[in-house]
Design a protein around this ligand. Structure first.
Ligand SMILES: [Zn+2]
Length: 141
């Protein structure tokens, strides 16, 4: 049976039953090691980041935003768009009125790519820079 195999990295056409071109076959270990390091970091960093973001008062976000030339609405709300099969998406009524619970089964590459694109579109990098440079935000009221 004819199969059009392509390299998982560069997409070059390959002979049947090959997964990578010669160049990218030589670096599979390196890519897996980098994935291990980055995923491990993400598993530690994401829950902590979510907790910290939830511990900032709106007034503090406003104070940071006032330091920007265009006074953006902070914290930004990243638009996350994810392509999924209709069978893999479920929308349910949440216990909190007016809210729904969205469940999506997605692979790691599309899930993380959608998150990264949303963070980029919302210019979260600028918020990160403002947070890093923040001073005088210790007000208690
Ligand atoms: Zn390749």
């Amino acid at each position: 049976m004819y199969r059009d195999d392509t390299c998982a990295v560069c997409g070059d056409s390959l002979p049947p039953d090959h997964f990578y071109c010669r160049q990218h076959a030589a670096t599979v270990d390196e890519r897996l090691h980098e994935i291990g390091e980055l995923l491990g970091r993400a598993l530690e960093d994401l829950p902590r980041l979510a907790t910290l973001l939830g511990e900032v008062a709106q007034e503090t976000w406003d104070y940071l935003a006032e330091g920007e030339a265009d006074a953006p609405e902070w914290p930004p709300v990243p638009p996350v768009e994810l392509r999924a099969h209709a069978d893999e998406v479920d929308v349910d009524v949440d216990t909190e009125p007016g809210r729904v619970r969205l469940s999506v089964m997605a692979g790691l590459p599309p899930l993380l790519a959608a998150l990264a694109a949303g963070l980029d579109a919302a210019d979260v990098g600028r918020l990160a820079r403002a947070c890093s440079a923040a001073q005088g935000t210790n007000a208690t009221h």
